[in-house]
Design a protein around this ligand. Structure first.
Ligand code: F6P
Length: 542
């Protein structure tokens, strides 16, 4: 790309320096912390509350009414968002400004799901035309790469010789595609199997290789940087296996493709087919880019475009809806309310959908790598908490594992339920049973059950939850749901005044691992702290 990103200065005010922050603290002390969900939902005003605190956004319905929030809290939180400059910051992202200022990069994963200009309605096209040269140039490259990627996906789908596609990647180069392929499994042609290898533990790749035939396998080496140690180690192991099975260097070029921004490193690896992308696509936001090739192979070009269209619809909602009716904004403000005023340290995500079973893992990276930060944009330490711990498992499995704690543990943990109105594939009666469980858990958390005679059986209730309903797990709905979470993370990060788009916190461990690896062989503990030295000794082979 030749055009430069537009000039930029951070339009935000840090949340604790706004009038709304103090007003929220006061409101919390006076009444906010005593809010009672049962009184709010079971009295005469219940229906009006549900109408007010629920919303249909593109492809996603959200019932927010079981949250510890009233009209005053909501008004103050919206005031907070405005005073923090969330709208200007959002517009800076959509203008292609380098809001990832610690890496000097624009943040434009949303551009990957923009329809080509000839598919846009006139209003949208006019806005896009007004975009800077940088965004317009990027948009052209995006469309060209998308066409190329979808053509490759269709080529693989039509190639009967290839039965197994192995994606080797980690973090954003694994979690998004792996989650989406599982969610949209019904669209996958039966003879094609997709595998995701991420762990540098040889157990993972080694077990898979035992089941593969080299001539029927396509390896996708997915790495934005093409330097990530785990991915490159697995990629080299796969290549060694391929050659050891009798494959030639020439055949290798047909069976190994790369998805990366580092075209040179991919070429040095011996790869001829490379799909590129750009530094303005963050790893955890990259499933819409070339990193999405395994999704496109699994579901086909049309369905991949539908995934993009669903995400684009949510982008439009986020850009255009007033803050009061803006679902990512409302969710993010609840996150701030819970984290910084109630002091809740974690949030549980419980998809009542087998297809969405990897969503919690995906969200762990999206949310905690983005917003697990301790300094503001200027580098000053923050006097308040940021990302909660995000965790979860699909329902109903979680009910038989950790829901005990959600109901009776001393700490309140807001829960997010996600359910489908219509199942993709069902066995008689099972969908109704699944949904009944989700509804029951949300109700039990809210309502509780007093047990005056036996404290062990007492449910305190008043435990908050949000309930999402997707009509069906279509590509559009999945795209919209993921984009909803992306923008929610963006808004929370905007309020907290942090850079949600870097990840310096993962660097130190990588560097130390490089230094420790040779010591495992040599046994050299010189200069190590006592604990690490003693542990290292445990790994010495006699
Ligand atoms: O864990 C850090 C990280 O840089 C993530 O942000 C990223 O998604 C992952 O590693 C993989 O990076 P790459 O795609 O460059 O291999």
């Amino acid at each position: 790309m030749s055009a430069a990103p537009p000039a930029y200065h951070d339009p935000r005010t840090r949340c604790d320096r706004t009038p709304a922050w103090g007003a929220l603290q006061q409101h919390f002390q006076q009444s906010g912390r005593h809010f009672d969900l049962r009184a709010a939902l079971e009295g005469g005003g219940g229906a009006a509350r549900v109408a007010h605190f629920s919303q249909q956004a593109p492809h996603v319905y959200a019932d927010l009414s079981k949250n510890l929030i009233d009209a005053r809290t909501e008004a103050l939180l919206l005031q907070l968002a405005r005073e923090c400059g969330v709208e200007a910051y959002r517009d800076a992202m959509f203008a292609g400004c380098p809001i990832n200022h610690t890496e000097g990069r624009a943040v434009m994963h949303w551009l990957l799901r923009n329809p080509p200009p000839d598919h846009m309605n006139q209003g949208a096209a006019a806005i896009e035309n007004a975009a800077s040269g940088f965004v317009a140039e990027a948009a052209r490259e995006v469309q060209a790469t998308l066409e190329q990627m979808l053509a490759l996906a269709e080529q693989v789908r039509a190639d009967d010789a290839i039965t197994d596609i192995v994606n080797i990647g980690i973090g954003g180069s694994d979690l998004g595609p792996s989650m989406a392929v599982k969610a949209l499994d019904d669209l996958r042609p039966a003879p094609k199997r997709l595998h995701f290898i991420s762990n540098v533990d040889g157990m993972e790749l080694g077990s898979l290789l035992r089941t593969l035939q080299p001539e029927r396998t396509l390896f996708l080496i997915a790495s934005k940087t093409f330097t990530t140690a785990e991915t490159m180690t697995n990629a080299r192991a796969a290549r060694a296996w391929f050659l050891a099975q009798g494959g030639s260097e020439q055949q290798l070029a047909r069976h190994f493709w790369a998805l990366t921004t580092n075209l040179e490193a991919a070429a040095q690896f011996g790869i001829h087919t490379t799909l590129g992308f750009w530094d303005w696509v963050g790893g955890r936001y990259s499933l819409w880019s070339a990193i999405g090739l395994p999704i496109a192979i699994a579901v086909g070009a049309d369905a991949f475009r539908r995934l993009l269209a669903g995400a684009h619809a949510m982008d439009q909602h986020f850009r255009r809806a007033p803050l009061e009716q803006n679902l990512p904004v409302r969710l993010a403000l609840l996150d701030v309310w819970y984290r910084n005023f109630h002091g809740f340290g974690s949030r549980c995500v419980a998809p009542y959908s087998h297809g969405l079973r990897r969503l919690p893992a995906y969200l762990q990276q999206l949310e905690m790598e983005s917003n697990g930060k301790g300094v503001d944009a200027a580098g000053d330490p923050l006097p308040y908490a940021t990302s909660p711990v995000v965790w979860g498992e699909p329902g109903t499995n979680g009910q038989h594992a950790f829901f005990q704690m959600l109901h009776q543990g001393p700490n309140v943990i807001p829960v997010e339920f996600i359910a489908l109105a219509r199942p993709g594939r069902d066995l008689p009666g099972q969908h109704a049973r699944l949904v009944a469980n989700a509804l029951a858990q949300a109700k039990a958390l809210m309502r509780g059950r007093p047990s005056p005679d036996n404290p062990h059986r007492h449910f305190g209730g008043n435990r908050p939850s949000t309930f999402f309903v997707l009509e069906q797990l279509t590509p559009e709905a999945l795209g919209a749901l993921i984009a909803l979470y992306e923008h929610r993370v963006f808004v929370a990060g905007a309020v907290w005044g942090i850079n949600s788009f870097d990840q310096w916190g993962v660097e130190l461990g990588k560097v130390l691992a490089q230094g420790l690896e040779p010591r495992l062989a040599s046994g050299d503990t010189e200069g190590l702290d006592a604990s690490t030295a003693a542990l290292l000794g445990r790994f010495q082979v006699e």
